[in-house]
Design a protein around this ligand. Structure first.
Ligand SMILES: C[S@@+](CC[C@H](N)C(=O)[O-])C[C@H]1O[C@@H](n2cnc3c(N)ncnc32)[C@H](O)[C@@H]1O
Length: 191
């Protein structure tokens, strides 16, 4: 990952997920989009695992479904046409990992974006649902309308997370442009 062309926030998120998620695990993709993270998780958890994938756009879920089917991974994924802020109601099990990829659907309607209020609700619920040592990741984009404001509230949320229960990092690329996506990493402790 490090040192190649794909050294970006998404590649770093996948690198971290790979360290953490294994066969049989329960995980969530909070923003399916075109399904790349969902597929990555589905491959990591294998046939005995379970992935819940959220998106509010039917078009995104259709793209995700198609990608999963093409890779023989549809069986282990539950796709939910719902906001990720409902994660606590719709996901019945504790989780090894949750990933968010904020912003708009690449190639889709740029007016339909993740929003600070629902993102915060979802981050808090997802953090509560992590297993001990579970991992919550969020790739944060700040270049689109509303993105900088969302980035600010995510950063404030991260600063307020209980430090005796969670380890929190923000990973940025200081030698790239100011709106380069950054990665929030939250690992739950064992207490
Ligand atoms: C940047 S894209 C995700 C990219 C995706 N991870 C991939 O690999 O292609 C963000 C997605 O979040 C979705 N979204 C926006 N608000 C949402 C919400 N409240 N709950 C779930 N998904 C939401 C959008 O519809 C969009 O598809």
């Amino acid at each position: 990952m490090i040192g190649n062309e794909r050294c970006n926030a998404v590649a770093l998120s996948h690198f971290l997920l790979k360290q953490k998620v294994g066969l049989g695990d329960r995980v969530v993709d909070a923003t399916c989009g075109n399904g790349h993270d969902t597929l990555f998780l589905a491959q990591l958890v294998g046939p005995a695992g379970r992935v819940w994938g959220f998106d509010i756009q039917r078009r995104a879920l259709a793209a995700t479904e198609c990608l999963l089917a093409g890779h023989g991974c549809r069986d282990r994924v539950e796709l939910l046409e719902a906001g990720h802020e409902r994660i606590g109601d719709l996901v019945p099990e504790p989780l090894a990992a949750v990933i968010f990829n904020l912003g708009y659907l690449p190639g889709g309607d740029r007016q339909i974006v993740t929003r600070p209020e629902t993102t915060l609700q979802a981050l808090s619920s997802a953090a509560d649902m992590l297993l001990p040592r579970g991992l919550l990741l969020a790739v944060v984009y700040t270049g689109h309308a509303g993105g900088a404001e969302e980035g600010d509230v995510v950063e404030q949320w991260a600063a307020d997370v209980a430090s005796d229960r969670f380890c929190v990092w923000t990973c940025r690329r200081p030698n790239r442009h100011a709106t380069s996506p950054w990665l929030l990493v939250v690992e739950k402790g064992t207490r």
